[in-house]
Design a protein around this ligand. Structure first.
Ligand code: ZN
Length: 479
């Protein structure tokens, strides 16, 4: 059997794992690269396989870095089946439509600038600005390509094994990362007819996370692909995280400035709303007006509302009591750009908007308008990839340029790591321990290079498993 690492190898984004069993060719995830131009450029490169030859694409979940290149795959000839859970399909549609839209808009903006002869040439030809990630290229795909891709989706439930052909059987288990996220167990026949079990962790959630359940443990595998985003650190406990969030909000509220929360539209936003609803219901923070200024997060929240059977017990109990975590009196939704713009003069309010790493979206405008004011508090509630505006602010850069304006950063920049939708080092090791000594090899993927190597070393020592960190486009023969 041949496996190839076509993304998220010694890096965090662009997840795409290729397996040629001799009988069938499969992909697990087909994500986009994010985090700086060098990485994003890779979205435009040719796939290191022929898309037309792929039989199945298994999707672990709907985040852009796991689904972002699907329409490109279809454009280049893929006509196989795309297999995932129902929430993953619905969320993937939102993510891909959004990506197509941003690319088309950014490109239009870039072209209009290039043609504007009033702008000096050296400015026109300069690298794209913050928040213009695709500008130098034609869109990777359009809304029409997304529609074609959506026709290939087939959804299944967790825990039921499905025989796709005499050569391949799969089962999805709950990865506890975002709504509908799955770990894939695949049973395939190798060239000499022996049955081998491959397990792909996808992104593994943090036990105790709101709304979603804890990740399922898998007892056996011959080969494991495991993520390592937080393979080098431990998260604070959930209680500490929630208290820290509350105290940051209360302090920020006293300054009577803006509270800006860059948030991923999917899962993180809903978890934040879940906590804010609890603060409201508990009378802990019932006078802070909150604006969800993200059409994408709104659409994603609607998907959450459609699939309560994917919630964990706590969230289901809340619903049964009649307390909808996504509805409370201080929560407001903006309906259009004008409404979003009108928020500029409102003091002492909180705005939740995307994108989560401030690489685009309405949060970039809010940051542009408010980063210079010291009354402003920016609260990052998610992982910030190297090279993104979010990461640069977190790293303490005092001068940034956003959409043509040089800004002095005077705002208070805060970060809460405990909301992570990824397990930490201990959670990942706990998950791996369930395999006992069954794996012949563990491929450590989906982590910054140094983190992935550190984590591989850790599991070699602690779990005595043969763990390796593949490089991008490495090809490995497995038995
Ligand atoms: Zn993810």
């Amino acid at each position: 059997m041949k496996v190839k690492f076509c993304g998220a190898a010694s890096t965090v984004t662009g997840s795409c794992h290729y397996v040629d069993t001799g009988h069938v060719k499969i992909l697990v995830d087909c994500g986009g690269f994010q985090g700086g131009h060098d990485l994003e450029k890779m979205n435009y490169e040719k796939f290191p396989f022929d898309p037309a030859e792929i039989d199945y694409l298994f999707l672990t979940h709907a985040h852009f870095d796991h689904v972002g290149r699907i329409p490109k795959l279809v454009k280049e000839g893929f006509r196989g089946k795309i297999i995932c859970t129902a929430p993953t399909r619905d969320l993937a549609r939102i993510v891909l439509e959004d990506a197509a839209h941003i690319q088309e808009e950014d490109y239009k903006h870039y072209i209009s600038k290039v043609k504007d002869k009033r702008i000096p040439r050296h400015v026109r030809e300069r690298a794209p600005e913050e928040g213009m990630q695709y500008a130098l290229h034609e869109p990777l795909y359009t809304a029409d390509d997304v529609r074609l891709a959506m026709d290939l989706f087939e959804t299944y439930e967790y825990a039921s094994s499905v025989e796709l052909s005499e050569y391949i059987e799969f089962r999805m288990r709950d990865a506890g990362h975002i709504l509908g996220s799955a770990i894939f167990e695949l049973w395939v026949h190798n060239k000499v007819g022996r049955l081998r079990k491959l397990v792909f962790s996808g992104d593994l959630g943090q036990p105790g996370q709101r709304i979603v359940r804890d990740p399922d443990l898998i007892r056996e595998a011959d080969y494991v692909w495991v993520e390592s985003t937080y393979g080098d650190r431990l998260h604070p406990t959930k209680d500490e995280t929630v208290l820290e969030f509350l105290s940051i909000l209360k302090k920020a509220q006293e300054k009577n400035g803006k509270i800006l929360i860059p948030s991923f539209a999917i899962e993180r936003t809903q978890e934040i709303l879940y906590e804010l609803n609890a603060f409201y219901e508990g009378g802990l923070l019932d006078d802070l007006e909150i604006y969800l200024d993200s059409p994408m997060a709104r659409a994603a929240t609607e998907v959450f509302v459609r699939y309560p059977r994917f919630y964990d017990e706590d969230a289901q109990r809340l619903l049964a009591k009649g307390d909808d975590p996504f509805v409370f009196p201080t929560l407001h939704f903006t309906h259009d750009v004008d409404e979003s713009k009108r928020l500029v003069n409102r003091k002492g309010i909180a705005i939740i908007a995307g994108s989560g790493m401030a690489t685009g979206g309405r949060i970039v405008d809010h940051l542009r308008n408010h980063l210079e004011q010291k009354e402003t508090t920016v609260v990052f509630v998610g992982y910030q990839v190297r090279g993104t505006l979010g990461r640069r602010l977190l790293d303490g850069e005092k001068q940034v340029k956003i959409r043509g304006r040089e800004l002095q950063v005077n705002a208070d920049i805060k970060s809460i790591s405990g909301f992570s939708a990824h397990g930490d080092q201990r959670d990942l090791r706990y998950w791996l321990r369930a395999f006992g000594n069954s794996p012949r090899k563990v491929f450590v993927v989906h982590g910054e290079k140094d983190v992935a190597h550190g984590f591989a070393e850790n599991i070699r020592k602690e779990l005595r498993l043969d763990a390796v960190v593949p490089e991008m486009f490495d090809e490995v023969e497995i038995e």
